[in-house]
Design a protein around this ligand. Structure first.
Ligand SMILES: *Cc1c(COP(=O)(O)O)cnc(C)c1O
Ligand SMILES: [Zn+2]
Length: 474
């Protein structure tokens, strides 16, 4: 892995930050460090005056840049789309080689989902340097942090954001990572990354939502750069997941993008990507978006499907969300799912996600931990391991197929957000022969069976017994 900055020059004059609240609409320079609009406290977008950007005339022109992969700017699966996220001068961008990911046609899993062969694709973001899609956004936020001279960067994390931040800090040695985690809520795979990469790790007695609230306060108080996905620059990097999907499909737009929903950064970024490509005339159709919650962390599903919260032309009734959060507090409801990366009840990007759902004729569904783990086992059996949260996308696609929302001929892309080795505890518990271990990890989650378990077989240490077992089972 090498750290480099490119020698080419670019422009930042086309980019600015803009308040998401259309009744405010305040704009700010990209050089300002803000996570929310100082005037109205709404989220910020990175926006561009596209007339000032040297854009490709068609998307396939971008492919030619891949031939310049000796240039780190073009080697990065994020920065080779620099023209579509031009907020940093090209000679200032930071990369550790993120975004070299794969769109895999997955016929074995297609069968499970109920799609015809050739119709299901898995976008495997676990291939990123820190093992999750978070690197797409982190290189973008980290680049901005470096642009504005930050020396410390912080995040609250269910694990992958902190692993990613810690990695960028360690590889570049440009900043100190300070990460906030909830107690007992982080998988060992992710925690081990943060610790080994040398992040200052602050474990708060509380859950992710508590850690998220604190990190916002504290980073403001101490002037530490915040890289949670409330940071608008992260979403710019995450747009490129969709650019790579389109590229892998030879620039054909699929029918569906299915993504797990936690803090809703991905879904928001995907919607923004498609809105911009459409506005620029680079695509002629926008795919439909399905955002999948875990049943134990189903805020978006409740607000969208039960309480009818919608984008409403830029004026969503966000008080509906506030009332819901008050109910959660009153009833002491905490997010609870085996899919720890989406164990979030107060998604910070909710409003942007509503915009994405509006732009992409979206749907929201929830799947329970049983469905998530069964889907995960099938994804693994198909040869691409993923962590539990990622499998929510596949479980969600299966559900939407059963409901007839996704048609059997539709071309569907599920995003696999994180690597299988992030959370081996869940995987091993699912496949175990040890009922106590199964119960300990999964029993409290309402997981009662492991229909796709591949169990180890116990044999005595005797030649003939071993041979007999192999012949019996293979
Ligand atoms: C962060 C994360 C998610 C949730 O993504 P959002 O953009 O917050 O909705 C899902 N899966 C994995 C593996 C993650 O790390
Ligand atoms: Zn504002």
């Amino acid at each position: 892995m090498s750290v480099s900055t490119s020698v080419q020059n670019g422009t930042t004059t086309a980019a600015f930050q803009r308040c998401l609240n259309i009744d405010c609409g305040a704009t700010y320079d990209v050089g300002e460090v803000l996570t929310r609009c100082p005037k109205c406290f709404d989220l910020l977008d990175v926006a561009y005056d596209w007339n000032k950007v040297a854009l490709p005339s068609k998307l396939s022109d971008l492919e030619a840049l891949w031939s310049r992969r000796h240039d780190p700017l073009r080697f990065s699966g994020v920065w080779r789309f620099h023209e579509l996220l031009p907020y940093a001068p090209a000679n200032r961008v930071i990369t550790v080689g993120e975004g070299q990911t794969l769109l895999q046609q997955a016929d074995f899993v297609a069968k499970y989902v109920g799609l015809k062969p050739g119709q299901l694709y898995l976008q495997y973001e676990g291939m990123n340097p820190s093992g999750s899609f978070k690197d797409n956004g982190m290189c973008a936020a980290f680049t901005h942090a470096h642009m504005v001279g930050a020396k410390r960067a912080a995040c609250a994390s269910t694990g992958n954001t902190s692993a990613s931040l810690a990695m960028y800090c360690a590889v570049t040695q440009l900043m100190k990572a300070i990460i906030f985690i909830g107690s007992g809520k982080i998988s060992y795979g992710k925690l081990s990354q943060a610790l080994e990469y040398g992040a200052l790790t602050v474990q708060i007695a509380g859950d992710f939502d508590d850690a998220m609230a604190r990190v916002q306060e504290i980073s403001k108080e101490l002037g530490i750069y915040l890289v949670n996905s409330v940071n608008p620059f992260r979403l710019e990097g995450q747009k490129t997941v969709m650019f790579r999907v389109l590229e892998a499909l030879r620039w054909e737009v699929p029918d569906w993008i299915v993504v797990p929903g936690g803090n809703l950064g991905n879904s928001s970024a995907f919607g923004k990507a498609f809105l911009e490509l459409k506005e620029l005339g680079l695509i002629n159709r926008i795919p439909r978006l399905a955002v999948i919650n875990a049943a134990g962390a189903d805020t978006l599903d409740v607000l969208y499907n039960q309480r009818n919260l919608r984008w409403s032309r830029g004026r969503p009734r966000m008080e509906i969300a506030c009332w819901y959060y008050d109910e959660l507090d009153r009833d002491h409801v905490k997010a609870d799912t085996i899919a720890s990366a989406i164990e979030i009840n107060r998604p910070v990007n909710l409003k942007k996600c509503l915009r994405a759902l509006d732009a992409c004729d979206g749907v929201v569904r929830k799947v329970n931990d049983q469905e998530i783990l069964d889907a995960k086992a099938q994804v693994g059996a198909g040869g691409i391991g993923c962590e539990p949260a990622s499998a929510a996308s596949v479980a969600g696609a299966k559900l939407l197929r059963q409901q007839g929302v996704i048609g059997s001929d539709d071309r569907v892309v599920c995003i696999l957000t994180g690597h299988q080795l992030k959370d081996p505890t869940a995987t091993v518990a699912y496949h175990t022969t040890d009922q106590d271990q199964f119960e300990e990890v999964l029993g409290s989650r309402g997981v009662t069976r492991a229909s796709y378990a591949n169990r180890a077989i116990a044999v005595p240490n005797q030649m003939d017994a071993i041979i007999k077992a192999i012949q019996l089972y293979s």
